[in-house]
Design a protein around this ligand. Structure first.
Ligand SMILES: NC(=O)c1ccc[n+]([C@@H]2O[C@H](COP(=O)([O-])OP(=O)(O)OC[C@H]3O[C@@H](n4cnc5c(N)ncnc54)[C@H](OP(=O)(O)O)[C@@H]3O)[C@@H](O)[C@H]2O)c1
Length: 326
């Protein structure tokens, strides 16, 4: 049986649990496309699977998205043929070959490079679906985006600007804030001085100090309490990640103080069907094509450097997207 390299974990923990193993190359099942991978995107969620924050069955092959070339297709697949370049999401993308269902794959539009396609899918779709569905951003809104120089953050900033919002961006250093500014952020707040300070600064950028229409927060534990303070009456707190740890259990009665809406969305609930995935993927590619969305790849790491990639992402030394070359 032919085998391939795969980055796996057989126990949860720090980067020391990452293993490069040999596993069988799968055959495409009905409705599936077997892809020879070229690149995989690195996402914060991969570190949650590795650390055990999100429990998975072990051994587990890491990776959540990638790009490559169709190698073979299963019965019933008519839209894809071997040799075509594709981008996809799905568990186990830190591998040389991956089977992907038709509802999670898309042709790469002409002019978009394989590494760029792998860099944008999950973070781009996350940002886009949240801005459309978690809180529908409207022209004239003032919104707060945390970790704005991160992979998802930079996409959120650019798409929120494209939708006509005023963007307040937070990050942990002046260099990161400058990058957020270059991508369109209007107001910059360094949140490393602590909650009292950043909350005051954010409110100072809002009309009559009343707060923002919505907060988009992938930082989690460290910023959640402040989010409740900077969101205006009837506003929305969109808490979508745990970069600093999971948000503590929360008493929903507290939302009544300002009639806030609190959401905890996952991308896969917004692109669960093929129609939804196609709709948002095409819209995302449209923003790339018309220049309203620019890619920002921090670094392309060889597959063998996965430990360094995870260390860099968790160590807050990156801006934009990390990509693995398979
Ligand atoms: N719900 C969904 O479906 C979904 C989908 C995609 C991503 N996400 C979430 O979106 C967030 C961003 O993901 P990403 O892949 O784009 O990563 P990223 O933003 O590129 O990196 C995470 C950033 O979080 C900030 N951060 C704040 N406190 C941190 C801490 N204690 N440790 C590490 N980082 C910290 C850092 O920026 P500063 O140094 O500026 O603070 C860091 O650069 C994650 O929480 C992820 O889980 C959710």
């Amino acid at each position: 049986m032919s085998t391939q390299k795969a980055i796996q974990i057989s126990k949860t923990g720090g980067t020391e649990v990452l293993e490069i193993n040999q596993i069988p190359i799968p055959k495409p099942q009905p409705g599936q496309i077997l892809v020879k991978a070229a690149y995989a995107g690195v996402n914060f969620i991969d570190t949650y699977f590795r650390s055990g924050l999100y429990p998975v069955q072990l051994p587990f092959t890491l990776g959540s998205e990638g790009s490559g070339t169709v190698e073979a297709v299963g019965a019933g697949v008519t839209k894809y043929i071997p040799g075509e370049q594709v981008v996809y999401y799905g568990t186990g993308s830190y591998t040389e070959y991956i089977n992907v269902p038709e509802k999670a794959i898309s042709h790469i539009p002409e002019g978009l490079k394989l590494e760029d396609a792998a860099a944008i899918l999950i973070q781009g779709l996350t940002a886009l679906t949240m801005l459309r569905e978690s809180y529908e951003v409207k022209k004239g809104d003032t919104i707060l985006i945390h970790a704005a120089a991160g992979g998802t953050g930079l996409v959120l900033v650019q798409l929120a600007k494209a939708l006509g919002a005023t963007v307040i961006a937070t990050a942990s250093s002046a260099e990161k804030l400058e990058i957020a500014k270059q991508h369109g952020a209007d107001h910059l707040v360094n949140y490393s001085g602590g909650e009292d300070e950043w909350v005051k600064e954010v409110l100072g950028y809002t009309k009559d100090g009343e707060g923002v229409e919505a907060v988009f927060d992938g930082v989690g534990k460290a910023t959640f309490e402040g989010d409740l303070k900077v969101t205006k009456r009837k506003g929305s707190v969109v808490s979508f990640g745990n970069a600093s740890g999971a948000v503590n259990p929360f008493n929903i009665g507290r939302l009544g103080d300002k009639n806030l809406k609190l959401l905890r969305p996952r991308l896969f609930g917004y692109v669960a069907t093929r129609e939804e995935f196609d709709h948002y993927t095409q819209e995302l590619f449209g923003y790339l094509k018309n220049g309203q969305l620019k890619l920002n790849i921090h670094k392309i790491y060889p597959l063998e450097d996965i430990v360094q990639a995870h260390k860099d992402l968790e160590g807050r030394v990156t801006t934009g997207k990390l990509v693995l070359k398979i």
